[in-house]
Ligand binder design. Structure first.
Ligand SMILES: Cc1ncc(C[n+]2csc(CCOP(=O)(O)OP(=O)(O)O)c2C)c(N)n1
Ligand SMILES: [Mg+2]
Length: 498
């Protein structure tokens, strides 16, 4: 991997000794992005750079000429160029080096092949944008030559799928778009991808899951004389979209009827993480941190709808000895961590994302949050640390239903303007209608390198259940005040079932 440090770096050291920290920062960006020597000292970096100085042809093409920088170049401009180079190298350099490809046939050829690869990727994007089916197939083939699947899993397949879509319909299907986004990982190429064509079949599937979630939660609320019902109304499309295709998960690795609670985590104790319901772990697979623990029933209902849980598990809901907790915990189906004390999952997710970056995983991390969690200080610490560490593998969807347990958010503590606040922290932010499946999909695909993505999903806590209207302005927990009221909800359920 030392090939990443080429003469672009060594060539400018003479000019930049007066501002070594900027240079170190730039080089470290390269190194962290490429997951090599993240803790290298300046002396080590110079040593590595010096050792590679002879490979002048490895300079980042078209951006920097080390020889120019050594002569009469304005040091400030040189620094800017260097930063740019660092960013450029962060994806170019990582793509191609002999240790990665296993190609030791000659360093010079690697430089050329790297350029060819970049060109091929750019051509693919261009062909995608123009809907040029033939060109796309060509570039898919040329990318396949590079045998890069270990680095960009599924890239060739995704490009072939795209060519197929375009050939058949003239559009990209959403699933293909998602496959492309996954295959391109977090490279700047993602930003260049054309919008997908929302395909009706996946929308129908997500709508079916969302309707199932609302129905199951309503049924359960009636049967148990109460429940977190409005959370199903507000978040059904969000959770359904995640499990209906946004997340790249493997099949569930948990029993369809969960085992009883074994133990809290601890050395030598038997325990099962609820994350097994999101499938086995894998470097290219996504993970999900579900933060609002009181939304657990919504999550269980969704897991039932997508076949990861048996519907009978709801009989164990909130029973002693069961993992199907009312307030989900790290052993509950679908949960990675315990966050009943709210607003902790974002910090967990950020830490895991950092670790996965060091390990070289390409999978994304999703976090589901409620708006009440933005009233908690830990959330903002987590956002600051994510932007500081340039964690771009995390996408957070916030169910902004305007409610928390004590009533409307505005009556408890104002947190608006949410989107502006998050942007001010340096995050990429999309503000959408949280019931709009296409908008959720588009926002999830629209990411920026070096920044976490936040989707501020505006939702309605009564969505799909007008019967909740008479509870205005308190929706947090439904407990029937009379048998008449319960009957109204039974009628609503019947209507939903008909
Ligand atoms: C750290 C922490 N503070 C307070 C609570 C108590 N609490 C339980 S639910 C809740 C409301 C959270 O807001 P939100 O999830 O947006 O409410 P909803 O939309 O579900 O009504 C609060 C404050 C908690 N669980 N954890
Ligand atoms: Mg809320």
């Amino acid at each position: 991997m030392i090939v990443l440090l080429d003469t672009a770096v060594t060539g400018v050291t003479g000019n930049l000794v007066d501002d070594v920290s900027r240079l170190v920062a730039a080089v470290k960006i390269v190194l962290q992005r490429c997951l090599v020597l993240p803790n290298a000292t300046w002396a080590e970096l110079i040593e590595v750079a010096a050792a590679t100085a002879e490979w002048s042809h490895w300079r980042v093409i078209g951006l920097l000429n080390a020889a120019d920088l050594r002569s009469d170049v304005d040091p400030a401009a040189a620094r800017d160029v260097l930063i740019e180079v660092a960013m450029e190298m962060s994806y170019q350099g990582g793509l191609f080096s002999t240790p990665l490809t296993g190609d030791d046939s000659g360093l010079a050829s690697s430089g050329r092949r790297r350029r060819d690869l970049i060109t091929a990727m750019e051509l693919s994007i261009d062909a995608l944008k123009r809907g040029d089916y033939r060109k796309l197939m060509e570039t898919a083939k040329s990318i396949a030559k590079y045998d890069l699947d270990h680095r960009f899993p599924g890239l060739k397949d995704a490009l072939c799928l795209a060519a197929d879509d375009i050939g058949r319909t003239g559009f990209l299907a959403s699933a293909t778009h998602d496959a492309l986004v996954r295959a391109f990982g977090t490279t700047p190429f993602v930003a260049a991808l054309p919008p997908y064509h929302s395909d009706a079949s996946s929308d129908a599937k997500i709508n079916r899951i969302a309707t199932g979630i609302r129905r199951r939660v309503l049924e359960h609320t009636i049967a148990n004389d109460g429940g977190y019902l409005s959370q199903a109304c507000s978040s059904a499309e969000i959770i359904a979209s995640l499990y209906g295709g946004l997340m790249n998960l493997s099949p569930s690795a948990g029993p369809i009827r969960p085992d009883s609670f074994l133990s809290t985590p601890g050395a030598g104790r038997l325990r099962v993480s609820g994350a097994v319901y999101n499938g086995a772990r894998g470097p290219e697979l996504d993970r999900c941190f579900f933060s609002p623990a009181h939304y657990a029933l919504v999550l269980y209902a969704c897991l039932i709808e997508v076949g990861r849980l048996h519907e009978s598990v709801l009989d164990e809901f909130n029973q002693d000895g069961s993992t199907v907790e009312m307030i989900g915990a790290e052993h509950s189906p679908g949960f990675e961590t315990t966050t009943g004390s709210l607003a902790q999952a974002l910090s967990h997710a950020a830490g895991v994302a950092l670790a996965r970056r060091i390990r070289g995983d390409t999978g994304r991390i999703w976090v589901v949050m409620s708006d009440g969690e933005l009233q908690e200080g830990q959330t903002w610490e987590a956002v600051a640390s994510m932007t500081h560490h340039q964690i771009d593998s995390v996408t957070v969807i916030i169910d902004v239903n305007g409610q928390q347990c004590d009533g409307p958010m505005v009556s408890v503590m104002q947190i608006e303007p949410i989107a502006d606040r998050l942007r001010a922290f340096g995050a990429t932010v999309h503000e959408i209608d949280g019931h709009d499946i296409a908008a959720l999909r588009a926002a999830s695909a629209d990411r920026e390198i070096g920044k976490p993505t936040f989707i501020v999903a505006r939702t309605d806590p009564k969505r799909g259940m007008p019967v909740l209207t008479n509870r205005e302005p308190f929706f947090h927990y439904v407990r029937f005040s009379s048998s008449d009221e319960r009957q109204q909800y039974r009628d609503a359920l019947e209507e939903m079932q008909s």
